[in-house]
Design a protein around this ligand. Structure first.
Ligand code: PMP
Length: 325
């Protein structure tokens, strides 16, 4: 199934139309210097980039965000990220105060202002300034904030060896409470699970939903490989519709590997041949151990995970800036 020819086809995959080239990008990412941050149409030095303490994004976690990577002067899957940002906003009745085109341009300009070629963008839309009551009607104008920076989440060693993941007591919220499909500023559910992972000295937390099925990790989607097939929980289990998750679907279909979204239990994870996590920050990272109070289940990063990592790297770093300029 994983012949060299098939892999080569995947490696040669051209950038998706939605990967947006950055005109005038520097030839390499510059050394650390104070960031220039976009707030509502203006750029500020990092130390002066401030918002009101009455912004409901701060007071209530009322707002939405995206985390986006850019590689080699090209924004990876920008259109998909903007689609999700607009959908998250619509779901919470938040009207983004600028157009899609203005947002795209603001995002690209933020990267340019920071002289970056590879890095991570945080795009935030807050409900805006209101009073101390939670009613969003008080907030007259949402704020748009864009931060572009460099990122190094895990060491090379971790990408090679894989992560340790612990099953934590905190459950992922169900779609009927705060739908995990909304990428909102309210991440306390994930933060609590993250704290539990820290307490257990694990790299990530595996979150189950109220039914006891696997939902996702605190900032990543979960995948397993069993008998040559790839599986990941459905969105309805309480997972974000990850952009990296969708790249895995694309790569799997190019490689002719069966991929499905069944309900998954801890049993499915413990008995998998391979497991890996996906996320914009984490990219595709193998799991080497799933820890549970009863003990640890160990994995060796397998051939299929390695293949996906390689193809993902080709789909991101392999881009030529000139290609879509
Ligand atoms: N789940 C959660 C809770 C996340 O925060 C993220 C990161 N955005 C993901 C999954 C992975 O999504 P993506 O691949 O779009 O970054």
């Amino acid at each position: 199934m994983l012949t060299k020819d098939v892999a080569a086809t995947a490696v040669a995959t051209p950038p998706a139309k939605s990967d947006t080239a950055l005109k005038g990008a520097p030839t390499k990412t510059s050394a650390t210097k104070p960031l220039r941050i976009y707030i509502d149409g203006e750029f500020y030095d990092q130390a002066d980039a401030k918002i009101s303490v009455f912004d409901h994004g701060l007071l209530y976690g009322d707002g939405v965000f995206e985390g986006i990577r850019f590689y080699n002067g090209r924004v990876f899957r920008m259109e998909a990220h903007q689609d999700r940002l607009w959908e998250s906003a619509r779901s919470i009745c938040l009207e983004i105060p600028i157009s899609r085109e203005e947002m795209d341009e603001a995002l690209l300009e933020t990267i340019r202002q920071n002289d970056l070629r590879d890095g991570y963008i945080r795009q935030i839309v807050t409900r805006g300034v209101g009073n101390l009551g939670l009613n969003p009607v008080q907030c007259k104008r949402p704020s748009v904030i864009i931060i572009a920076s460099t990122i190094a989440l895990y060491s090379e060693e971790t990408y090679r060896r894989g992560l340790t993941v612990v099953t934590v007591p905190t459950r992922r919220m169900g779609p009927a409470t705060l739908n995990p499909a909304i990428k909102s500023l309210n991440y306390l559910n994930n933060v609590l699970a993250r704290i539990e992972a820290n307490l257990a000295d694990a790299d990530e937390a595996l979150m189950l939903n109220d039914a006891g099925n696997v939902a996702e990790c605190t900032a990543d989607n979960v995948f397993i490989v069993k008998r040559g097939q790839i599986m990941t929980p459905p969105i309805t289990a309480g997972a974000l519709r990850g952009i990296t998750r969708s790249v895995v679907f694309d790569v799997a279909s190019e490689l002719d590997i069966k991929i499905s979204e069944p309900e998954l239990t801890r049993h499915d994870l413990y008995t998998a041949d391979e497991a890996f996590l996906t996320g914009t920050a984490a990219e595709i990272t193998p799991v080497r151990e799933i820890v549970h109070p009863t003990g640890a289940y160990r994995f060796t990063p397998g051939a299929l995970t390695r293949q996906l990592i390689e193809d993902f790297a080709a789909a991101t770093r392999g881009h030529k800036l000139e290609a879509a300029a």
